[in-house]
Design a protein around this ligand. Sequence first.
Ligand code: SAH
Length: 354
Amino acid sequence: MTPLAEILRAQIACTGPLTLADYMTACLLHPEHGYYITRDPLGVSGDFTTAPEISQMFGELIGLCLAQSWRDQGAPSPFCLAELGPGRGTLMADILRATRAVPGFRDAARLHLVEASPALRAEQASSLSGHSPQWHDTLETLPSAPLFLVANEFFDALPIRQFQRDPKGWRERVVGLHGDALALGLVDPVPHAALDHRLQDTSPGQIVETCAPARAVSGEIAARIARNGGMALIVDYGDWRSRGDTFQALRNHAPVDPFDAPGTADLTAHVDFEQLSLAARPVGQSGLTAQGVFLERLGITARAQALARNLSGAALEQHIAAHRRLTHPAEMGSLFKAFALFSTGAPTPPGLDP
Ligand code: SAH
């Protein structure tokens, strides 16, 4: 049993079952044993891979998208260039390299990173050395300035709660004990006014998910953009409305039981973009755009061809596979979506549906 399993078992025995959100928070961010606190989970030797780790093209195109949006809003200087959950810093390094040639962008940018993991902060310090990033535990301490923000695979790591519909209301799925083992259970049904809108598209027995922190973060981003201008580009897996149980655990690139060995696997859930949108009113919002379509519109094929000219053999094959992986509907192209919040009246950022 992992040390975190012991702690959670003792806690449940003492004070009763945990919500899934409490469980996820402990597994990912427990100050001593949390998954993100103790390791760098990314890459081939880790548990999962992300778009910026697959190819530099992803960050380059996102950099140009951010820079175009910055120019569309009058090239404010200085501005806050922020990233939520920057991982190894790869995406931001690619953004900064690709925007070198955009007049004024880099000089005006003040780099701010919101990151919970000390291990990943150290990696970001090394990949972004020379750009003087400032780190934050939450968005609240970002400076008050025009905000151009990116978040790739950040929202899927925020803790969700699950509710199973019942003829008498909603039964929350909670983490309790079955003998010595952690196991899912259901509490008695109660009505939840916040889930009334899901009565139309669910039937008894079906599960819906909520993510209060995602709503809070989206609301905070929108409030800052409404005050100071800017744009936030959110890329993640999920859909306009999350359906069913999407809670999952990954270890060594394979799905595992999320209740086995807590603190040693990545836990995520699909992002419910409708909730981000509702929490973000009243700033400009893009339509939800499939990642493959978004990257094609930004010119990934031309960029891939240009890079391919200098490659051969295994490197070329890997490059072609990376292009396919990022864009093909059977890979990341349609499960992943891009969504933007931006200053009211500004044009929709490039690549995104209006
Ligand atoms: N964006 C990166 C990494 C994605 S993994 C990439 O695309 O490669 C999720 C990232 O979010 C990690 O950096 C993780 O440490 C961070 N993170 C997760 N939950 C967080 C929280 N509540 N607050 C701040 N950072 C968090």
